[in-house]
Design a protein around this ligand. Structure first.
Ligand SMILES: [Zn+2]
Length: 287
């Protein structure tokens, strides 16, 4: 079975990107895995701190590892936006394949300091337990929260400076970088964010490591293709899935007021997630 590092390298060589999708429950898992399996492409499941607490670390790892080993399918688990060394450590200890330390709101020095601490710990555990844990960090500010926003939140959208990114990568030794290149977390109602392809290419050239695009929900197809062409290797989608789940579930409940069987009520929500994920995966994988 290929490691996530190998899959990311392969995606870069092929000029495609791996999809990363956040889930909060088993319905989300089935929707994402169902789509990836149908298209036979690698996929990353993401759990933010809140999602991780709700799903349970051991439960999530049990699901992903079991599928990966028994089905021989390249599915990986990422601890998305973890905000402290303690939370990062707990996810590394639990068995996550990749972890994002998000210190984008801290000063450059503080971000470097904690990121380095996370990288060092990931390396130690990788060596001791013969794992290959990827540590991602963020510089520049993409905003936070996978929800619907009226407009781009104040303070968000601080673009990453290529020379600062280079310095950050050198000082921390991270495996992957989440730069701020025009996208914003969440879905923006007024005016879609736009990806700065030239900036992505510049950061890629300066850092030489895989780049991850956050805040993918709501972007135009051409923004994604530009991003991939310019050097993005993983793309995060969360809000679009939440929205699909929410709408399908509300409709299912409204359409079948007497239905009490959870798997019947919830099937349309699984299907809705699968549809969103399938469309995004096709685009990211050039299918
Ligand atoms: Zn993100």
């Amino acid at each position: 079975m290929k490691t996530l590092r190998e899959c990311v390298k392969e995606a870069a060589d092929m000029g495609v990107a791996i999809g990363h999708f956040n889930i909060s429950n088993l319905e989300g898992f089935h929707g994402v895995y169902g789509a990836a399996k149908k298209l036979n492409v690698p996929v990353v499941i993401g759990l933010s701190e809140g999602e991780e607490d709700f799903v349970g670390k051991s439960e999530a790892i049990g699901m992903i590892k079991e599928i990966r080993e028994k089905e021989n399918f390249p599915i990986f688990l990422n601890a998305d936006h973890h905000y402290s060394f303690e939370r990062v450590k707990a996810s590394i200890d639990a068995g996550f394949d990749a972890i994002i330390f998000d210190g984008a709101n801290l000063s450059f020095e503080e971000n470097v300091k904690i990121t380095k601490q996370c990288v060092d710990y990931a390396r130690t555990v990788s060596k001791d337990k013969k794992r290959d844990i990827l540590l991602e960090a963020e510089i520049g500010y993409i905003g936070s929260g996978s929800n619907i926003k009226e407009s781009i939140p104040e303070g968000a959208g601080v673009l990453t400076k290529p020379d600062e990114a280079k310095k950050f990568v050198e000082l921390t030794g991270i495996d992957m970088l989440a730069p701020s290149v025009g996208s914003i977390h969440g879905l923006i109602k007024s005016g879609k964010p736009h990806i700065d392809g030239a900036l992505v290419a510049e950061i890629k050239k300066f850092t030489g490591i895989p780049l991850v695009l956050h805040g993918g929900s709501g972007l135009r197809d051409e923004d994604f293709t530009t991003a991939i062409k310019s050097g993005i290797s993983i793309i995060h989608i969360s809000t679009e899935i939440r929205l699909a789940y929410d709408e399908a579930l509300k409709k299912s409940l409204a359409d079948n007021p007497n239905e009490t069987t959870p798997y019947k009520i919830l099937q349309p929500a699984v299907d809705a997630i699968e549809k969103v994920v399938e469309n995004r995966l096709k685009l990211f994988n050039g299918m």
